[in-house]
Write a protein that binds this ligand. Structure first.
Ligand SMILES: NC(=O)c1ccc[n+]([C@@H]2O[C@H](COP(=O)([O-])OP(=O)(O)OC[C@H]3O[C@@H](n4cnc5c(N)ncnc54)[C@H](O)[C@@H]3O)[C@@H](O)[C@H]2O)c1
Length: 338
């Protein structure tokens, strides 16, 4: 079997994990990457000994590419994805698939027209804890989901220092999209029918970042389940992990509680305490593994062997529809019906 040629678009925090995954995947030739920032481009070129290009046109002209990962900032997935699809490439898109449902629908339409495959990297579906809840909720004896709660909160360093583009995204696109996707996955693809959201815009605006500090949304699904989803970008720097996350699910017969923050490992030094998530991404001999990496390898197997991919373009569209409804509800103060 011939190897597949892969490239990555955007070589920032997460794009580098994609580059690492392709670099070590035995089915893949990592043929290049596209990165508009010349300093990052030079650094990644020397780290992985792979050519970097300043534009997609240059990348596609220089090397044969079968599949790309799009790891540009949230609002810029669309252009890179459409250009790649139009060049006949399969595309694994970092979450969110795009920041508007119109863009998601256009991606789905173009991919069908060109006969290429799309996956969305909702890596939290690959977390063993999420897998367990998903399988539990599918059991007939569990009964219907009545009520659920999910939270994901980042420390303020994420919008302030990690992402240079926080003011053109939001905790809804960055974190909420994961929650809405995971909830749909837990409930076997149930779709949202109504959304009401409230939020606070104080702290980040005072820091010069025009985005939301925290948002609560109340979502009803077509199976009758009611969920509260809380996301935010303003936990203090001193929190012992870059993010906090909890889930509670009450079904007709069962009760599930999941803590994504404290996985049983705590460390204390004179300077700080920390609760590292050893399941997410681990580097062993420079090679990354964990549930943050597995979706990238699975997409390669999806292309090569037609093994179904866990998060499809339709999943990407459905999560974006909910994110869009949350933002609409925030700006109108009304319930949004989908
Ligand atoms: N940081 C995380 O923990 C994390 C986790 C999962 C998913 N993601 C997702 O991955 C995506 C990237 O996030 P990140 O944290 O790596 O951001 P980042 O800012 O670290 O990286 C984005 C990179 O894309 C480059 N870029 C921007 N426009 C480009 C273009 N048109 N062509 C090529 N390169 C371009 C930027 O120069 C930057 O280096 C986002 O959609 C984010 O939601 C991030």
């Amino acid at each position: 079997m011939n190897k597949i040629n892969a490239a990555v678009i955007g070589a920032g925090i997460y794009g580098k994990h994609h580059i690492n995954a392709y670099h070590f995947n035995p089915w893949v030739n990592l043929v290049g990457f596209c990165e508009i920032n010349p300093e990052i481009r030079a650094k990644v070129e020397s780290e992985f000994q792979v050519p970097g290009y300043a534009s997609l046109a240059e990348l596609f002209a220089a090397v044969d590419v079968d599949l790309v990962s799009v790891a540009t900032p949230d609002p810029f997935h669309f252009d890179a994805t459409i250009e790649s699809i139009n060049a006949g490439k399969h595309v694994l898109i970092e979450k969110p698939m795009a920041t508007t449902s119109a863009e998601c629908r256009e991606i789905i339409r173009c991919a069908a027209e060109r006969g290429v495959k799309i996956g969305v990297d909702y890596h939290k579906r690959w977390d063993g804890m999420a897998q367990s809840i998903h399988h539990e909720l599918l059991k007939p004896e569990t009964g219907q989901v009545l009520r659920g709660y999910m939270s994901m909160d980042d420390i303020i360093d994420v919008p302030k220092n990690w992402l240079s583009w926080a003011n053109v995204s939001s905790p809804v696109h960055f974190l909420g999209t994961h929650c809405f996707d995971l909830i749909r996955y837990y409930m076997n693809g149930a779709n949202a029918v109504s959304v009401y959201a409230i939020g606070q815009k104080k702290k980040l605006v005072a820091e010069g970042i025009d985005s939301w500090d925290t948002i609560q949304s109340f979502v009803t699904f077509d199976n009758g389940a009611q969920w509260t989803v809380e996301v935010g970008w303003c936990l203090p720097h001193s929190f012992p992990k870059a993010n906090d996350g909890r889930s509670f699910v009450i079904t007709e017969n069962n009760y599930y509680r999941a803590d994504a923050q404290l996985r049983g490992y705590e460390m204390f030094t004179p300077q700080r305490s920390a609760t590292p998530n050893y399941n997410f991404i681990n580097y062993v001999n420079n090679r990354a593994s964990g549930y943050g990496i597995q979706p990238i390898h699975d997409f390669v197997e999806h292309i090569l062997f037609d093994i179904p991919y866990l998060a499809t373009a339709e999943d990407g569209l459905q999560a974006t529809l909910i994110c869009e409804a949350v933002h609409n509800s925030l700006s109108t103060g009304s319930v949004v019906h989908l």
